[in-house]
Design a protein around this ligand. Sequence first.
Ligand code: G1P
Ligand code: ZN
Length: 543
Amino acid sequence: MSIQTISTKPFAGQEPGTSGLRKKVTVFQEPGYLENFIQSAFDSYAPVAGKTLVLGGDGRFYNRTAIQTILRMAAANGWGRVLVGQNGIISTPAMSCLIRKHKAAGGIILSASHNPGGPDGDFGVKCNIANGGPAPEKITEAIYAKTESITQYRISNAPEVDITKIGVTEIDGMRIEVIDSVLDYADMLRSLFDFDAIRGLFARGFTMRFDALHAVCGPYAKRILEGELGAKEGTVVNGVPLEDFGGHHPDPNPVNAHELIEYLSGPNAPDMGAATDGDADRFLIVGRGFAVTPSDSLAILAANATRVPGYSKGISGVARSMPTSTAADRVAAAMKIPCYETPTGWKFFGNLLDAGRITLCGEESYGTGSTHIREKDGLWAILFWLNLIAVTGKSVNELVAEHWLRYGRNYYSRHDYEQVDSARANTLMDGLRQKLPSLVGYRKGANVIERADDFSYTDPVDGSVAEKQGIRLMFADGSRIIFRLSGTGTVGATLRVYFDHYEPDKNRHGLDPQEALSDLIGIAADIADIAGHTGMSRPTVIT
Ligand code: G1P
Ligand code: ZN
């Protein structure tokens, strides 16, 4: 076995987006494409001699091939030890947990999260740092810069490593430990939640359907929910990870998890439904005939945190991404703790968590997390809900209704326009930016725009500034419309339009969200000329 230095040329566009580098599998299959990016990432972790790396992915197509390449490159770059998930499987939250627990210098997650998989689907690489969280922008920018000038990468010619069996092996002096990634992750959850109370809940006949959407959470959910907490066998459905997710789009929102939504509205509905995404960091909670919005979920978990052992001493603060509804702000105000508003993307929560300024954080895109790790965590959120149900004796629907009664309801929806021509999408956003000053004072019916800006964030911990993070139209009654372009897509541009309207009147808490938001939806269409720019008369996805 020997270490080889291979000459290479830069590939254009290896710029990590909201969450790592995502491209079509066919792009990653181009010779040198993955290697260039990994070499650039390894250089940004330097010096790596003797250090530990954690490596795994969500099991999608190309996962196993990429793992072999990265192992050989890790050996050639001098890493001391690599912890790799058995069969290459590690969920995003388990990765964060493993990095922290084993004091690794970083981790590489092979995932395109909720994007479809398979030979024609998407693949992705996310780089995490020693705190267990996604690399912050200054690192992802440095990686990108390196990819633009790379001339060579290092790789060993060692033979394929067997990652199907737990155990220890070695290539070129680098130790490889093939691990069962469920163990440490389950230990961590056990330390946060009242497993006895949840066991009692299931023992009393509580029923649940957990849809793993054939993605990575299946093995974790089966062992923890069915194996340890006593949920009846068959609670976890679509629990075997498949390379193409069984053709599903593994995004746990009511559109892609519609089978779960229908089941919870049907005659055999269990007490609760839940789902997780491709890499298990996103989640969905469903009550009977009702899906909880992630923004409400964050607010409800914050308001009830002290009922759960891991947070019984209280929470220091909360953070939400800017487009997430302001429901959590109201809880924070009542609890007299700070609420931070960050740009979209988990990487912006890392500093706040590290500095102890916040305990809980979340995004409207079905992600919530806490200080326990530095990623959002689907199964953690689901256990949090189960723990609350177990100790309050209330159903999902009751917990939500009570919350609205006390704090008011934020009607919320996100409209996505997918695969828009990139130039046209940018023209729409530029047009809005130019119009911003003239939009203040805009009035339609009772809706008056009080402020309009392009969101800019100054990190209170390190002072770094992120600009152009989304156009915000803020109305006199607290309602908001937000426009931004997705940073995770692989084809054209995706325009996201977010609507948030606060309703304090309990007699108006039973409306259909699209109806409650119809004025705002009409205003957004007019102001941005969405149909004119996108050529679409309606969104492709409404969540
Ligand atoms: C989307 C979500 C964002 C999330 C990211 C990664 O990014 O909107 O909240 O952090 O996926 O899961 P976007 O495509 O909007 O850039
Ligand atoms: Zn994900």
